[in-house]
Design a protein around this ligand. Structure first.
Ligand code: SAM
Ligand code: SF4
Ligand code: SF4
Length: 374
């Protein structure tokens, strides 16, 4: 088993050193990469730990009791995270998503949310501040997070059938407590709540229609995610991927849907609205989304950067190495120097793994989703 753990450690060690360019122009908020993609979305992982063991993400055999998680002093502090987030905002980031591991396991997360909520985008707006969670601790935390300034929340839930869900999270966690978390988030006033369901053929695909029926008309947007080949530990197989087109076909057979336009450039989900009796989208019934990471790559407008728990900047979910920003932070670099160092990293970005999937082999070990966040 140990030989399945070692590659993960190797990737962490093999961080890319970050250089500060000698002459850097002031940030314009308009950074683009080699494919013309702007930097808009920053996903920040606040912990590599989780209280679930979803078999597609942190299988128990790999993430066992002896798993070497990062020591606390390796993690970015809230002040370091906030400082980096501010420097990403000057380069055009508009949306900040906290993730993990399970972000609600990071002690006093609401204090970080409160710090991030003070930041502003280049055009002076409050950034879209959101969080992805498995929902286990949400009932307890929703109010404090909302009060601290969290705008939205996305909850992961892979089915309503308790036995199926308990098996998938592999820690025997009940559906009812996640549903209570979603209700608490609604009651706390967190807007536009989303529920993400990873669909694995043969495991939970029979839950697609019941999940849709459950959330239809509740104001919660359910999104179906194709099971992805992230990391190196989940034993991914293409025959377990249920293409989004099939999800939509199954839903349409029971609950009529109409296609909706994308809400923003870089939007990962294809949107479908529930149709009313007149065959048109009924906003009261809401909508669903499908995220076709495998069958329909959306790298062309991918504007997402990811900051790992220990301060490494990853340019793609499938990247094999991250750029070590923590070394700059802890080496005493100025804000200007760090902002200047971030710019060429994004400008040189070429990543488009999902478009190339199948035609390329990654040259190194892939990072795990639990390390970098979704
Ligand atoms: N623990 C939190 C949660 O589960 O929401 C946040 C981190 S989790 C890594 C972020 C998202 O990634 C979750 O919605 C999860 O379902 C999704 N995810 C993890 N592994 C995946 C995989 N192999 N394919 C597709 N989605 C995956
Ligand atoms: Fe934990 Fe989220 Fe990964 Fe499940 S998907 S193991 S809840 S980090
Ligand atoms: Fe973005 Fe990489 Fe995913 Fe493509 S594969 S959409 S570049 S994260």
């Amino acid at each position: 088993m140990a030989d399945r753990v070692i590659p993960l450690l190797d990737q962490r060690i093999a961080a890319l050193a970050v250089r500060v360019p000698p002459r850097a122009p002031a940030p314009s908020g308009l950074l683009t990469d080699t494919l013309g993609r702007p930097l808009r979305d920053l996903r920040i992982s606040v912990t590599d730990r989780c209280n679930f063991r979803c078999n597609y993400c942190m299988p128990k055999e790999v993430f066992g009791k002896d798993h070497p998680y990062l020591p606390h002093d390796a993690l970015l502090s809230f002040e370091e995270i906030t400082r980096l987030a501010r420097l990403f905002l000057v380069h055009g980031v508009r949306k900040i998503r906290l993730t993990g591991g399970e972000p609600l396991l990071r002690k006093n997360l609401e204090a970080l949310v409160a710090q991030l909520a003070q930041l502003r985008t280049v055009d002076g707006r409050v950034p879209d501040l959101t969080l992805t969670t498995n929902g286990a601790l949400l009932a307890r935390k929703a109010r404090a997070l909302k009060d601290a300034g969290l705008g939205r929340v996305t909850v992961s839930l892979d089915g309503l059938d308790d036995a199926v869900f308990r098996r998938m999270n592999d820690v025997d966690f009940p559906v009812a407590e996640v549903l209570a978390g979603i209700e608490a988030a609604q009651a706390a006033g967190l807007a536009r709540i989303k529920v993400n369901m990873v669909v694995k053929r043969g495991t939970n695909d029979h839950e697609i229609v019941p999940m849709a029926r459950h959330f239809r008309g509740t104001g919660v947007t359910l999104r179906f995610i194709e099971y992805m080949d992230v990391g190196a530990t989940n034993g991914w197989r293409m025959d377990e991927v249920l293409p989004s087109a099939e999800v939509i076909a199954r839903l349409c057979a029971e609950l009529p849907l109409v296609p909706l336009p994308a809400s923003s450039p870089g939007e990962t989900a294809e949107r479908w609205g529930y149709a009313g009796a007149d065959g048109r989208h009924d906003p009261q019934l809401g909508e669903v989304g499908v995220i076709s990471s495998v069958t329909q790559a959306f790298c062309g407008n991918c504007n997402r950067a990811r900051l790992s728990t220990e301060g490494r900047l990853y340019l793609c979910l499938f990247a094999t190495q991250g750029h070590d920003l923590r070394a700059l932070l802890r080496g005493g670099a100025s804000d200007e120097a760090i902002a200047a160092a971030i710019a060429p990293i994004w400008q040189q970005r070429q990543d488009r793994y999902s478009e190339l999937r199948g035609s390329v082999h990654a040259s190194g070990e892939r990072i795990e989703m639990s390390y970098i966040g979704g």
